[in-house]
Design a protein around this ligand. Structure first.
Ligand SMILES: [Zn+2]
Length: 242
């Protein structure tokens, strides 16, 4: 049966292998994250422009209706003007017609500037759509690159993860706590004693401690210099076997 310290050592080797594999991705994950956030921003800007355009169109369509109805009102009033009985009524209708014409002209001016705004917006939206498409292409390219690595590694990673799970099951909670604590600051959390030294930081391990390490395979010993877990020299794990 494997000793408790053997399993801790094995776990450490497996974790280093997994670290190496994830290092093959380099800065791809970080770059993917940045592109995705740029894509989100570009999409938001596009949506905003599209909303403004929709508002513009809504305004234009209601303004057109309003203009038609003002025209009808004006025509109706002009006809009424012929039927008035006195000057007072004539003047009142004249004022009403003037008001309507004012409103008509104001609204026409607004509608024209809305038209210009709409043209600008449409051009802007085209640009923004292109930007979104370009970023999407960029993202696809880099994701393909990522997938390639992932496909190449897939079998190894699945294998290692399974092996890691099996190994972890054999390690006590207490040991795992220590192991995880060390691994927070040193990736190779458990290292072999080699030539009477810690193979993590190369500082010498006292002879008495080496004897203890060798004789107590159900205990954890730590390097006094770097804090790594130490395992005996005769435990030599060959990572190429898994
Ligand atoms: Zn050390």
């Amino acid at each position: 049966m494997e000793s408790p310290i053997y399993n801790v050592a094995l776990l450490s080797v497996i974790d280093r292998e997994l670290d190496d594999l994830s290092e093959e991705y380099g800065d791809l994950p970080e770059r993917i994250k940045k592109i995705k956030s740029r894509l989100d921003d570009a999409k938001i800007r596009l949506k905003e422009s599209e909303n403004i355009l929709a508002e513009n169109k809504k305004f234009a369509s209601s303004a057109k209706n309003k203009l038609t109805s003002l025209k009808t009102q004006e025509e109706k009033l002009s006809k009424q003007q012929f039927l008035v009985r006195n000057n007072k009524e004539f003047d009142a209708i004249t004022r009403e017609i003037e008001n309507i014409r004012d409103e008509y002209s104001k609204l026409s001016t607004e509608l024209r500037s809305t038209g210009v705004r709409e043209e600008n917006l449409i051009a802007k939206i085209e640009e923004q759509k292109k930007e979104v498409t370009d970023i999407k292409t960029e993202l696809e390219d880099i994701e393909t690159e990522y997938e390639q690595i992932s496909n190449d590694q897939n079998e190894d990673v699945v294998n290692l993860r399974k092996k890691r799970k099996d190994t972890q099951k054999k390690i006590s909670k207490e040991f795992m706590k220590d192991y995880n604590r060390v691994r927070e600051h040193t990736k190779d959390a458990a290292v072999r004693v080699r030539r009477n030294s810690c193979s993590g930081c190369f500082s010498a391990v006292p002879p008495q401690k080496i004897v203890e390490i060798r004789n107590n395979l159900d205990q954890l010993f730590f390097c006094e210099n770097c804090g790594r877990i130490l395992y005996p020299e005769d435990i030599d794990i060959d990572s190429t076997t898994f």
